[in-house]
Every structure is written in structure tokens, then in C-alpha cells.
Write a protein that binds this ligand. Sequence first.
Ligand SMILES: [Cu+2]
Length: 150
Amino acid sequence: MVPLLHRAARCGRGRGHSRRRLPPRRWIVVLLVFLMAGCGRMQPTGAPQDGFSLTMAAQPSPPVVGDGQLIVTLHDPDGRPVSDARLQVEGNMNHAGMKPSFGVITAAADGQYTVAIRWTMGGDWYVDIKATLADGRVIARRLPITVHVR
Ligand SMILES: [Cu+2]
């Protein structure tokens, strides 16, 4: 049963589908799994449903303590780059008692925003990115990142 569910949930181009004939009741289970998975619209757990892609990459990568940069990339649900959003970037560590580090946007083009940020300590951080679109909508993500000690 479990291997069957796995194959059905993969939503592939037919590669994983069994060619064996299944008893009718099994087909109903397969159909249900397809419907629940939304075939092709599967998202990682907790992924936002706004359809936008908001990602970041550190420069250097991995980031090290000191002045660093994040390249934040924003695409709309159709995959078009969004370059006219107002970005707010705030980095915090996973433990209490530290001041947040705020990012400063230094460039924006082709859906890519260059953000200067100071990593004040090595360890696990999370970065809250809020992009306010031209129409007022807000796309928000919390992304983890580990800062290394030089
Ligand atoms: Cu800290």
C-alpha cells in the first residue's frame, strides 16, 4: 500500500505509475491521493500560498561574521521578475538578547535586490523579508541562514 501511494503522489509524467492492473477499489484510493495532492501544485509544508517566489542568497556564501550581502530575488506567480517592490529586511538570531540587523537595499533590477546587512555574530539566524508590491500587497517570508565565524 505504501509504495503504491508514493507512486501515485509523485504526479510524474507517467514514469512512476504502475502498469499492473489494480482491483477497482485500489483505483479509488489512487484517485483520492491524486486529488488530495493537487497534482502539480504540491508545495513544501508551510509554504505560503501567494504564488510569489521570494528567495535569498548570501554573498559571500556561506555568510561570515561582519558586513555581508543578501541577494533577494522576487518573482510573481507567472515567473516575471518584480523589481518595484519596497523591501524590508530584518535579521535576527535564534536566541534572545540580541539586537536585530536591518538590511539596507542598495540596488534593485530584474527582480533582484541587493541588500547590505551586518552579521553581528556567528550562528543560526532567520531573516524576515517583507516585500510591499506596487499595488499594496505584502509578500512575506522568514528564511533561515547560518552565519559562520571567520
Ligand atoms: Cu547571537
